[in-house]
Design a protein around this ligand. Sequence first.
Ligand code: NOJ
Length: 712
Amino acid sequence: MKKNELKELINEMTLEEKIGQLVQVTPDFFDQEGEITGPAAEWRLSEEKLFQIGSVLGTHTAEQVYMIQKTYLEKSRLSIPLLFMADVIHGYETIFPIPLALASSFSAELTEEVARLSALEATRAGVHVTFSPMADHVMDSRWGRVLESNGEDPTLSAELTKGYVRGYQGTDLAQDTERLAACVKHFVGYGAVQGGRDYNHVDLSPIELHQNYLPAFQAALDEGVKLVMTSFNPINGQLMSLNRSLIKETLRQEMGFDGVVISDWNALEELLAHRVVRDKYQAAAEAFEAGTDIDMMSDCYINHLADFSGLDSQALDEAVYRLLTLKNELGLFENPFRGITANAASIEHSLRKATKEAAMKSFVLLKNEDSILPVSQKQRLFLLGPKADSKDILGAWSWIGKTANAISLAEGLSHRVPDLTIGKAASWAELSAEEYLSLCEEARNSEVVVLALGESSEETGEAASKAILSLPESQIELVKRISAVNPNLVVVLFNGRPLELTAIEPYVKGILEAWFPGSEGGHAIAETLTGYYDPQGKLPMSFPRAVGQLPFSYQAYSTGRPLTEKNQTEKYVSKYMDVGNDPLYPFGYGLSYSNVCIEAISQSAEVLTREKPLTIQASVKNPSTREGVATVQLYIEDMVTELVRPVRELKSWQKLNVTGETTERCTFTLTADDLAYVHRDLKRYPDFGQFRFFIGLDSRTTLAGQFEFCES
Ligand code: NOJ
């Protein structure tokens, strides 16, 4: 449809039809036959109103989408096709590793590919829009939703977010019906909920917001993301669904967004529980005035917006126009059954290889004492622990994925290791004395024991905040007892957040962080443990020593009394009395079997100007005989600043393949823009003066150089 045709269509619409377009409901509103029952009845929707609704979220199959769309087109006066949205977060039917795991790859090519393949599958099921990527800045792993994030670094998060948007949307949504429109969320500040408790209060300074929370959203906008979802939380007392200044001024004017703004689930009705509106009428009026286009799953708009006497008809037309434009960009007016073909076969099988590869790129080797890993396929292995034969490895956003089709670690390992014994996967307390003795016997007789530990997917994601981040007592006990009979102990972790591993770390020789690895998890881990694949993941979020260190980021701010190597025992320095300031495993960290290391660094000049960027080189050595991947990271420190700033910030990274016994070089170019930060005036620009840079394989690196940023 042409622009003017869309406008003509809007001219034909009644007030109710316009408002209906701005309402989103679940499929059960339409699934019922005949009489209006269920949720539609609770909202007292007439059939006329029901068939004015603009979009649906959370369908399961192509058949369901087809039926709903067909009935809708028959019954609605103007036959404007419905838009179908869903949470396609890390795959649809084939489940990829969780986003935090994918972030460990430090690879926007990978997030792009995963998004492309997720879209390929979801569009065949009739989905048009995904509620992904999540671009929330996070520093607190008590918050269960860190699982959906790209971790604690805003620059890394921005790059990975771009990858997702590119992968979902491609370059032409109308022509390429195997792509989804993307909805970046949750705008904004949701990751900063106090105490890491979901749906809690958020208080953020404007500087912090602009420096760390907005960049990943801006990155999504720069890639042309079609929708933005507002978050549940308030910012400085102002609920996001009512936040006119952040939606209209910051998002639309400053950041340049002209797509659709959608609320989160029932967020408008929840304004009543927040006690910031008297009734749904006020909720609808204020949310619309603030710039919320779509009301997701509340009846505020559909039942109350028309009564708002101050409703700006031009603003209403603009909101409807944005929505119809999206439908048009997806080609729905020409093809309302976009993506759906008769008798389409599942493509799950053909995506399995890609999900296995994505998983292998996302594993992080946290510890490898005495090079216990990789194990040889000829070794006698004993596998046990609550996750050993568990298929609960898909992660919290795998609602279409079938757990039964997931490959457990026991299944994966038994394909590769002939001499494998699998122990009872009970928790320690449940074992009888006899079972306990036989487990110890098995452990003693094996060359290496692999313990599969971690969280259940239920313990992660939305509404899954935790105040205790260590493994459960029963798992810690298992580690201690098994290590007493066989010190050759390797732990494989399945979890959705950085955990506190302090209690088990001293008892084990190897730790492989497998996250929730997705459908092919067991195969991917088995290939990694047996050395077919070199682990290359790097932590996108620090692992704390103790939960009391949270919120945490390697980007610690300078303090007036910094803790140094020399003043560890002094009292009046910024430190904890009972635990170090540093994390157990830092951001950017991850070992490899090839032991790649940085041999030397060099820089092109001592001075950087706007016209003359600085070139920095690193030579990366692979001392082993196998091929390895190095993720070389470049950090900077601005030595004198207008505002208090972090001691270091990641600016760039490169993944380098280095064949065995060779040295490779990588070159970074640092520009004036890389030195910029948000100042008092909320503008981003660099300061002239001295800088240090650090190059290394994690955020603790001490390999450093210095330069000055000058005018000329
Ligand atoms: C609530 C979640 O906060 C959001 O991320 C999700 O997309 C919506 N529900 C829709 O399911």
